[in-house]
Write a new protein. Structure first.
Length: 165
């Protein structure tokens, strides 16, 4: 059993990533597991089970009730067998058990998730547009180098740095 807090081990692994190293998350977790104290291992185990529950719930699809007919008709839509009933995805409910109000709530939550994803995607696209100004002339640059150029360029063109004519 280790002596480090889970958050400290995670911070060190993320520090490696931020230092420019590619990290395989699973390999890093296995390598550093014995460094983590008992409480951290317990919490990590719980998080792992929660992640597996979430993955399994997303992978199962809603199916029509079993019928006596040999050839079961397919549903005209594709929904997961279980859905999150909060934005964090903490509470799962079987899709079959949803009331109309619950079904509408599931739709609202999905709309919020999609809106959040669309905002994040806009940021990625905006960052690419900004970086492309520098990648066009320097295709071998990293994104970090483009960031430095973006910052340098914006500092050079700020109104307070201009000399009045």
């Amino acid at each position: 059993m280790g002596h480090m807090r889970l958050n400290d081990v995670v911070a060190e692994i993320i520090g490696d990533v931020m230092a420019g190293h590619a990290v395989n998350k699973r390999e890093a977790a296995v390598k550093r597991w014995d460094d983590i104290d008992a409480d951290g291992q317990y919490l990590a185990g719980i998080d792992g089970v929660v992640t597996r529950i979430d993955q399994r719930a997303r992978s199962l699809k809603l199916k029509a009730e079993k019928s006596a007919a040999p050839a079961q008709a397919a549903l005209p839509f594709h929904l997961p067998a279980a859905v999150a009933m909060d934005i964090d995805g903490t509470s799962l409910v079987a899709t079959r058990q949803l009331s109309r109000a619950g079904f509408e709530r599931a739709i609202e939550i999905r709309q919020l998730q999609i809106a959040n994803d669309q905002r994040a995607l806009r940021e990625w696209r905006n960052a690419l547009r900004q970086a492309d100004r520098f990648w066009a002339d320097n295709p071998d640059w990293s994104f970090g180098r483009c960031l430095d150029a973006i910052l340098t360029h914006s500092v050079q063109t700020t109104p307070c740095d201009r000399v009045p004519t």
